[in-house]
Ligand binder design. Structure first.
Ligand code: 4NP
Length: 152
């Protein structure tokens, strides 16, 4: 199973979502290939924001080797799931999605119609606390997402 996590810049939320999903999938023995990308091009080639790196390093999750990239059309044919961090990211993805793509393009916080953990807020312009909040939110969603995948 392949999952692409998507935010705006691919330096704060989606690299953290990738690291957390990989960690939890491994813990739950689910074979999952995860990558991340941004809808915008501002930060292509950069490592994750140091605040995202540090908030995950506190849990022993290393995301320092990730490199920001932008979403590409071919992603819609490579990944079974493309999960957006907020509704603006989701709208960009839906606009871009080719009609013949089989990927499920959904909000990460609402991957099932009967569950809604809300949007993963952009912490970029805020304080360090925002990154801890982001981390906790991503852990909650990721645990449920991995459980969901393990049950289908
Ligand atoms: P991300 O956060 O989408 O979670 O990576 C952002 C990073 C950079 C910018 C906005 C959001 N920016 O405007 O540069």
């Amino acid at each position: 199973m392949r999952v692409l996590t998507v935010c705006l810049g691919n330096i704060c939320r989606s690299p953290a979502a990738q690291g957390i999903l990989e960690y939890i999938a491994n813990e739950q023995r689910l074979a999952l290939q995860v990558d991340s990308a941004g809808t915008a091009a501002y930060h292509i080639g950069k490592p994750p924001d140091i605040r995202s790196q540090e908030s995950l390093a506190q849990l022993g999750i290393d995301i320092s080797n990730q490199t920001a990239r932008q979403v590409q059309l071919k992603d819609f044919y490579t990944f079974e799931w493309i999960v957006a961090m907020d509704s603006s990211n989701l709208a960009s993805l839906k606009k871009m999605a080719p009609k013949d793509s089989a990927a499920q393009v959904v909000m990460f916080g609402a991957f099932e119609s009967n569950r809604n953990y809300g949007e993963v807020r952009d912490p970029y312009y805020g304080s360090d606390d925002g990154f801890i909040e982001m981390r906790q939110h991503l852990i909650t969603i990721s645990k449920d997402f991995v459980e969901h995948l393990n049950n289908i």
